[in-house]
Design a protein around this ligand. Sequence first.
Ligand SMILES: NC(=O)c1ccc[n+]([C@@H]2O[C@H](COP(=O)([O-])OP(=O)(O)OC[C@H]3O[C@@H](n4cnc5c(N)ncnc54)[C@H](OP(=O)(O)O)[C@@H]3O)[C@@H](O)[C@H]2O)c1
Length: 227
Amino acid sequence: MKKVCIVGASGKLGQYMVQHALDRGYEVVGVCRERSVAKLDAFKGRITIIPGPTNDREIIKKAVAGCDGVLTVLVPWGMQQYSSGTAQAILDYARPGARLIFSCGWHITMDGQDLYTRSFKIFEKVAGWIGKLFRVVEIDDQVEACQRIFASDTQWTVVRGSDLEEGESQGLPVWSRHVGDSILESNITRRTDFALFMVEAIENDDLVHEAPAIVGCQTPSALAHHS
Ligand SMILES: NC(=O)c1ccc[n+]([C@@H]2O[C@H](COP(=O)([O-])OP(=O)(O)OC[C@H]3O[C@@H](n4cnc5c(N)ncnc54)[C@H](OP(=O)(O)O)[C@@H]3O)[C@@H](O)[C@H]2O)c1
C-alpha cells in the first residue's frame, strides 16, 4: 500500500484529495492548521492528522517521513511566505524519489509560453494588488514557491487549475502545456476532478517535471478538441 501525505488536507481541494486517496487504498497522513482539524472529522480513524502550520519545517519533516507521494495545496493566503515555506520544506524533506504534486492556478507559468487574455491579466493584477494592500493574499509568494519547485531535481508535478466549481465528478480532467491552447478555452473544472487529477498524478510518470493546465473533460472546449 502506498503512503501519501496531503498538505492542506482540511480545505475543499484537500478533503477531496483525502477521499480519492482513501478510495485508492492509500494510507493517508494529513497536515492542516490546528484550528481546522475538526473539518476532517468525517475521516476520523481512517487518516493520521498532523496539526500545524504547513510552512513549519518540523511539522512537514514529520508528516512526509516514509511517504511515497506528497500532495500539496499551495495557498497564497497571509503575508508569511506560506506557499514558498511549505514548498521548500517538502522539497527538502520528502524522501528521494517520492512523487511531489503541487496545486496552483493558471496564473503560474513554467516557460513563459502561456497566452493569457487581457481580462485574465487585469484580474490577476487587481487581485494581487488588493491582496497585498489588505495583507491577505501573497500571489508573488506562490510564484516564488513554483520557481523553487521548477528548479528542483525532485520528481515534481505542478497542476495548474482553471476556475473551479462544485458538483459531481465528470471524470479525469484533460490538460495542456500552455494556457491559451484551445482545449482549455472553457476554463472550468469540478473541484473534485482537480483533486482526482492530483491523486492520479502520483502514479503517472509522464507528468514528472510537467506543469499541466487542466480543464474539465466534459466542458465544450475539451469535447470540441476530442471530436
Ligand atoms: N478557487 C479557485 O477558483 C482556484 C482556481 C485555480 C486554482 N486554484 C488553486 O486550488 C488550490 C485550492 O483552491 P480551493 O479554492 O479549492 O481552496 P481550498 O481547497 O479551500 O484551500 C484553501 C486552503 O487554504 C488554507 N488557508 C485558508 N486561509 C489560510 C490562511 N490565512 N493561512 C494559511 N492557510 C489558509 C485552508 O486551510 P484551513 O482549512 O486551515 O482553513 C485550505 O487548506 C490552490 O492551490 C489554488 O491556487 C483555485
